[in-house]
Design a protein around this ligand. Structure first.
Ligand code: ZN
Length: 398
């Protein structure tokens, strides 16, 4: 039984707004999210110039995007701060109540909103577009906010490179332009994740995505630092693997679970497209059964409602899509293993699955074959427990 003493419901503390020096005075909640009307707790009514009392002259409203709720479609939280305007009774100066605890001057995102955005980018691998959607701000606003906050934290922490033993290196598409995608390479300290002492820490963000970017970044670190790196966790970009082998020969290259699942999802998409071409002779379009089910295929089976579940059953009913079904089965098995409540059991399951991809797959299933080869030549870094290498003989192909 859950025993607790209940107090009155309190949106201020629930949304962490007390820590930002605000108190909620009104709410408007609809399907998209919540708009919270707030006031500043500290009256801030003494004149900055002469110390005289300020006379309130009404309020101005400051809009701040705040940290959203929920991991699925996020529930947006917009904070409207009613900021008092004062006039000094002695020297006639004007001022506004100080809101710097809630957000930096002219910022459109609260301090908690910024922390959420940075975490979403670094830890959850969300794109700037999805972060912008989560905060309900424009792409440029989210982009500027994340860059500014990222760099501010980096500059404020000169000791951030100390004690890094597990280094994460990851490419993000930063911006889609007419000339192609722009990339940024993000460096993360995963040592606290391995040691179970805390979350991943952002180390650096560097424009570009290449072996050279990684090598140049490593070259800027003093030599003893590089010697301390035991593991480099990365995504599927092979340039990072080559740079690791060349520059950090003592380190083991591993692949993080986000990218393992993404590779399995890619294999599923490729298989679906191949079968579509074979059966219908054209690319998928509305009305083609496999194309219509492309999102359902990526949804965890346990999360499917009746209608998409029946659509999948119809798709897999005949023999036409048997290869899609096999690839889908492996993808589902993989995400189930990662979500296993018993992490050790999930890990054994995953290991078994990856081994089976190495040996027992019919050659017709070309996507699963390729997936098996990729996964078996890399080791895995998992979310909870940590395994430096799955196949030691292959982990370092030097
Ligand atoms: Zn004054």
């Amino acid at each position: 039984m859950f025993h607790a003493t209940f107090g009155a419901p309190d949106l201020t503390t629930f949304c962490n707004l007390d820590k930002l020096g605000l108190t909620v005075t009104g709410q408007h909640i609809d399907a998209r999210g919540a708009v919270l009307e707030c006031r500043v707790v500290d009256a801030d009514d003494s004149c900055r110039a002469c110390g005289g009392r300020g006379r309130p002259l009404g309020t101005v409203t400051r809009r701040l995007a705040h940290e959203p709720f929920g991991g699925g479609p996020p529930t947006l939280v917009l904070v409207l701060v009613l900021v008092r305007r004062y006039r000094c009774t002695l020297c006639a100066r004007f001022w506004l109540q100080d809101t710097s605890a809630a957000a930096r001057p002219r910022a459109k995102v609260s301090r908690d909103g910024l922390a959420w955005a940075l975490r979403a980018l670094v830890v959850d691998h969300r794109s700037i577009s999805r972060i912008a959607a989560g905060l309900a701000v424009a792409w440029n606003t989210a982009n500027d906010a994340v860059l500014t906050e990222g760099h501010r934290r980096l500059i404020n922490d000169p000791t951030r490179f100390d004690g890094v033993a597990v280094l994460g290196v990851d490419e993000h598409v930063w911006r889609h332009t007419r000339h192609g995608d722009e990339y940024v390479t993000v460096f993360i300290d995963l040592t606290p994740v391995r040691d179970g002492t805390g979350p991943a820490r952002l180390l650096d963000m560097v424009p570009g995505r290449s072996k050279q970017v990684f090598k140049a970044w490593l070259a800027e670190r003093p030599p003893p630092w590089a010697d301390g790196i035991e593991v480099v966790a990365m995504d599927g970009f092979t340039g990072f693997k080559t740079a690791t082998t060349e520059e950090l020969p003592q380190a083991v290259a591993v692949m993080d679970p986000f990218h393992v699942v993404r590779l399995a999802g890619d294999a599923l998409d490729q298989c679906r497209r191949r079968i579509q071409q074979q059966l219908l002779g054209h690319r998928g379009r509305a009305g083609d059964p496999p194309y219509t089910s492309r999102r359902t295929l990526h949804t965890g089976i346990a999360l499917l409602t009746d209608r998409p579940r029946m659509r999948l059953e119809r798709l897999f009913a005949g023999d036409d899509h048997v290869e899609v079904e096999a690839t889908w089965g492996v993808y589902q098995h993989m995400i189930t293993a990662y979500r296993h409540v018993d992490r050790a059991a999930g890990r054994r399951d995953l290991e078994h699955l990856i081994n089976s991809l190495h040996t027992g797959i019919p050659t017709a299933l070309v996507e699963l074959h390729r997936l098996g080869r990729t996964l078996n030549t890399r080791a895995l870094l998992e979310t909870g427990g940590f395994r430096p290498q799955l196949h030691p003989q292959n982990a370092k192909s030097r």
